[in-house]
Design a protein around this ligand. Structure first.
Ligand code: MEV
Length: 329
């Protein structure tokens, strides 16, 4: 048996602009996790199949069970690879096998559980991929280094997200705060003084792919204008890193507010997010912004630790479906 987990994540600064090459900061959220458990199943010898034709070269896939009770999914690899399009969970499995040069897996079962809300900007897809890949590679006796796991999870993200930056798979794989520039740099950063973030969930499911596609359309319509906005967001992310590494983290509050205003310009906020952000600010948060793809999903607020319960309560009163208080350190 092999078990592996990966945490959720929040983007502190720089979402969307990161897809266009600007820096972004993301941190793990260990209060929520995706876990995969791989166990072996008894070997089944199909009757009268001494000479196997090419047709059943994929027979072994029927004996790789994939179960994710949280989403009522009970299936096998073969079914998940077909109709209508390959399922991301199945792609996570086949990409590890391909990376290990294994043509047919032994009969096995993969149980996936996750407490990370789906389509909420908390990196659930990436975390599930990473957990499956780690557990399967370990089960097969060939654990893969983080760098490989992150790259494989990125390929799965690309297949179902279109043009992701790679920040989600990176932060959930390394489970450390990272400063990230697409295709250039993944740098864990040091937190000078721990700080507290309250996360508020609008409860609105918002696939990242859609907001990323819309931002690309906006950019295409007027590249020079939006490049400037991306530059401003990137500068905020760089400045935020300096604050986190060397200064009083309270300085991040105004940077969050500025970042959110630019995300509103990019049309990725929504009334529900704006309502939670306003409620956080009014109840004592030092700053607040949406986090992740936007149009729903989660917002984050920087708070003094002692104010966290009051801000969380204000978020619930303003319509948040749930809140998570996390310490960034
Ligand atoms: C999603 O968590 C963050 C986005 O910037 C998309 C990406 O970086 O792939 C919106």
């Amino acid at each position: 048996m092999a078990t592996a987990s990966a945490p959720g994540k929040i983007i502190l600064f720089g979402e969307h602009a990161v897809v266009f090459g600007r820096p972004a900061l993301a941190v793990p959220v260990t209060q929520v996790q995706a876990t995969a458990v791989v166990t072996s199943l008894p070997r089944v010898v199909p009757k009268g199949t001494q000479k196997r034709s090419n047709l059943d070269a994929t027979h072994w896939q029927e004996h790789v069970r994939i179960e994710a009770p949280d989403i009522s999914l009970y299936s096998d690899l073969h079914s998940l690879l077909s109709n209508p399009a390959p399922h991301p969970l199945a792609l996570a499995v086949t990409s590890v096998l391909a990376a290990l040069g294994i043509e047919a897996a032994p009969p096995l079962s993969i149980q996936i559980t996750s407490t990370i809300p789906v389509a909420a900007g908390l990196g659930s897809g990436a975390a599930v991929s990473v957990a499956i890949m780690r557990a399967l590679a370990a089960f097969l006796g060939r654990p893969l280094p983080d760098r490989r796991i992150s790259a494989l999870a990125y390929n799965v993200e690309k297949l179902h997200h279109g043009t992701p930056s790679g920040i989600d798979n990176t932060v959930v794989t390394y489970a450390r705060p990272v400063y990230f520039i697409k295709d250039h740099l993944t740098e864990p950063f040091r937190v000078n003084r721990p700080f507290t973030i309250v996360i508020g969930d609008t409860g609105i499911s918002a696939p990242t792919k859609e907001s990323v596609t819309d931002v690309r359309l906006l950019w295409k319509s007027e590249p020079a204008r939006w490049e400037k906005v991306f530059d401003q967001i990137g500068q905020i992310a760089s400045r935020a890193r300096q604050v986190i590494e060397a200064e009083d983290p309270a300085g991040l509050g105004p940077l969050m507010d500025e970042n959110h205003a630019l995300l509103e310009l990019l049309s990725v906020s929504c009334p529900e997010l704006d309502r939670l952000i306003l409620a956080a600010r009014r109840s004592g948060a030092l700053g607040a912004k949406l986090s992740g793809g936007g149009r729903g999903g989660n917002m984050i607020a920087l708070v003094r630790k002692e104010h966290a319960p009051a801000v969380a309560e204000a978020l619930i009163s303003a319509g948040a479906k749930r809140t998570i208080v996390t310490q960034v350190e």
